[in-house]
Design a protein around this ligand. Structure first.
Ligand SMILES: Nc1ncnc2c1ncn2[C@@H]1O[C@H](COP(=O)(O)OP(=O)(O)OP(=O)(O)O)[C@@H](O)[C@H]1O
Length: 672
């Protein structure tokens, strides 16, 4: 690598860079000391003081210097007197300036001017002559690499190669030093723009989504401090894996959640075709009709007594008021508005008869017993659970709500074979949770966040996407996924449809260059593509990875062969994922225990500990390990309806080596 020097014969350029690093660190320390010295006492009252104190604490925390993380990772230079840009600019994780003169020592990678670090190339140097990348070991600057931007062709970057080859240990790292131009375009898309990224395994979708969140928080800090940013991922294990990236980028206030966290955990499972049907957008119409079917014609008029006087509204008047409100508001608001309109009309009657009522009278009438009784008949309070319970247990009610939308056979499929006794004892499934959320929003509006990053979005049903869409209705979204990795019965087949269900307009972009999976492994997995997503092109890997793939029949004792492969992998550097059919986790953990190999077991709710992890196939999505051992692909493929897609996910988790061990024949799609 250029600039790689031993201590004895230190390159003067490297020495100068190290001096700049030391100067920047000292300046950051002064910035932190200054922030820590600021007092919240200037605040006028207790509440403002608390608020200011928490802001100052955050500021001090954001200025922490992590000794293992380089303060800057790149630099741009030019020598053109006519150019307004500073002659040298260092790009790093945060702004660092010299307190006395305010001289910038390091610019935040998210600042507009830093864009050139990622985007400048021989075709468009963007005003710069040279890009320098730095190599670090821990917090120590060890090397630099120069790329001319004056028209000469750029070779591959050794620092990028080293970064993507670096063994994985622990949680996911940030990629801020090596974001690629096509990734940078997505990261820096403007806040109101929703982006949707289709990308093969390991093309950096998750990384890009997280960096986009960090970029948006920097660029629109105030707006997003109010609205909030939420990252939605497939399970706890995944969220734990990505949890360190945003804090490393200085963003500690981003929430992460699974769809279950947002909608509620399922209490029961159900057959895939039923789940798929419940996941369809058609259900939204059925639910809307079912809810509004509760609004009824008044059986009689309204009589309100004030002292000795009685005031009446005829049933046809109430019918008109109800009809005027129906469908124009949320169901819950409609009830409140009807109460107010009824009361107002009663007040008009009072005035007509010489009374002089005021606003308080209107409120009293709106809350009076006769009005409440009328509302309970005409516009009853209902909960989402009550409505869904009725739909799934009452054939006539479902038939009325589903008329022209669902066939009789579909209605029958939806209805519980054995209805629960009440909505309180109903065991809701994952698909039901999305239906309940839709109903909840029809009753009262769901608050919207500022921005939502939705990872593995191909796995979400239309109804789940609608639920997420409500949570960014007045904001925007970053939608990430791979149609080939869809493993749910309702997996998406088109991103346009996904965006439509989400209620967002946005462009679909594609990432095609793989950073994780070595070429031979990616080519092997891609044999499945024509069978799971024929419309997608085979992905390309940036990594040659000779010798990375081993496929072997176990000749008898598969668990023992797997344990032997795990032992061998433990002799190498990096993390090891042993991915097995869900049903056989116990078999393989027993084999590892028998072989005396310490290991952790990953579950959807747990992140597991240790260098060797047993990973059930359904939990592997989004994760990566240096060495992956896959046991019995045929069983993984046979375990579920979209089992081949699951196998594609499983085969694309490896960073350095993939060892496939089998006893049964391999699925024919993999051998063809
Ligand atoms: N520009 C980059 N520089 C260095 N590493 C990168 C870059 N882009 C991606 N990576 C690395 O490649 C690996 C895969 O990235 P990521 O998990 O974001 O991919 P993905 O597209 O979400 O994959 P999957 O579809 O399999 O979940 C990660 O280790 C990530 O850090």
């Amino acid at each position: 690598m250029p600039g790689e020097q031993t201590e004895e014969q230190e390159d003067p350029a490297l020495a100068a860079e190290r001096a700049h690093l030391a100067e920047s660190r000292a300046a950051l320390r002064r910035m932190r000391e200054h922030a820590a010295g600021l007092s919240a006492d200037v605040a006028a009252d207790w509440v403002s003081r608390q608020f200011l104190e928490s802001l100052l604490d955050q500021r001090v925390a954001a200025l922490a210097d992590h000794p293992d993380t380089p303060l800057f990772f790149g630099r741009l230079d030019h020598d053109d007197d006519a150019n307004d840009l500073p002659r040298t600019m260092y790009v790093g994780r945060r702004h660092v300036h010299d307190g006395d003169e305010g001289r910038p020592l390091v610019l935040d990678w998210r600042a507009p001017v830093s864009r050139a670090f990622y985007q400048a190339g021989p075709a468009d140097p963007m005003g710069w002559r040279r890009r320098r990348r730095f190599g670090f070991r821990g917090g120590e600057l060890t090397a630099y690499e120069d790329e001319p931007l004056d028209g000469r062709a750029l070779g591959p970057s050794a620092i990028l190669t080293e970064e993507i080859e670096r063994p994985r240990t622990g949680p996911m790292r940030d990629i801020v030093a090596t974001i690629q131009p096509e990734q940078d375009v997505i990261v820096r898309a403007d806040l109101p723009v929703s982006v949707c990224v289709q990308g093969a395994p390991g093309t950096g979708k998750t990384a890009v989504g997280l960096h986009r969140a960090a970029y948006l928080l920097f660029t629109h800090r105030e707006r997003l401090a109010r609205g909030g940013v939420l990252i939605v991922g497939p399970n706890r294990a995944f969220l734990a894996y990505i949890s360190a990236v945003l804090p490393a980028l200085g963003e500690v206030r981003v929430d992460q959640a699974t769809v279950e966290d947002l909608l509620g955990a399922p209490l029961a499972a159900e057959p895939a075709p039923v789940a798929a049907l419940k996941g369809e957008a058609r259900m939204a119409d059925v639910l809307r009709r079912a809810l509004w079917a509760h609004v009824a014609k008044p059986a009689e008029g309204l009589v309100v007594t004030r002292g000795a006087a009685r005031f009446r509204l005829a049933d046809h008047e109430i019918r008109e008021m109800t009809a005027a409100l129906r469908g124009t508001t949320r169901y819950g608001n409609g009830r409140d508005m009807l109460a107010q309109r009824l009361a107002h009309q009663i007040l008009v009657r009072m005035e007509q008869r010489g009374h002089a009522p005021d606003d308080r009278d209107q409120d009293q009438v709106a809350r009076s017993r006769p009005v409440k009784q009328l509302l309970d008949q005409v516009w009853p309070k209902v909960t989402p659970e009550q409505v869904l319970f009725r739909l799934l247990s009452d054939a006539a009610f479902l038939a009325a709500a589903a008329k022209g939308v669902l066939s009789e056979a579909e209605q029958e499929a939806l209805r519980w074979a054995k209805p629960y006794r009440s909505h309180r004892s109903a065991k809701w499934t994952a698909a039901d949770r999305a239906l309940l959320d839709e109903l909840a929003d029809l009753v009262a509006r769901t608050p919207s966040l500022g921005h939502l990053v939705v990872d593995e979005a191909q796995d979400l049903s239309a109804m789940q996407l609608r639920a997420l869409g409500r949570r960014c209705a007045s904001g925007s979204a970053t939608v990430l996924g791979d149609l080939a990795q869809g493993t749910t019965p309702w997996s998406a087949t088109s991103w346009k449809e996904v965006l439509a269900h989400l209620g967002q307009e946005g462009e679909v972009t594609e990432l095609t260059l793989g950073f994780r999976v070595p070429g031979p492994v990616l080519d092997y997995a891609a044999r499945l593509l024509p069978h799971i997503a024929p419309e997608l092109e085979a992905p390309r890997s940036l990594r040659a990875g000779a010798g990375s793939l081993t496929v072997r029949a176990a000749a008898g004792d598969l668990p023992a062969a797997v344990a032997a492969a795990a032992r061998e992998a433990l002799g190498r550097e990096g993390s090891i994922g042993l991915i097995v059919p869900d049903a056989d986790v116990a078999v393989y953990t027993a084999a590892l225990a028998e072989a005396g190999l310490e290991h952790g077991v990953l579950g959807p709710e747990s992140d597991g500990a240790g260098r060797l992890l047993v990973v059930p196939a359904t939990v592997a999505k989004g994760l990566e390990y240096d060495h992956v051992i896959v046991a019995e692909p045929a069983a993984i493929a046979a375990a579920e309806e979209r089992g081949l897609a699951r196998l594609y996910v499983v085969l694309t988790r490896a960073v350095t080596t993939l060892t496939v061990l089998h006893d049964a024949d391999l699925p024919p799609e993999l051998t063809a």
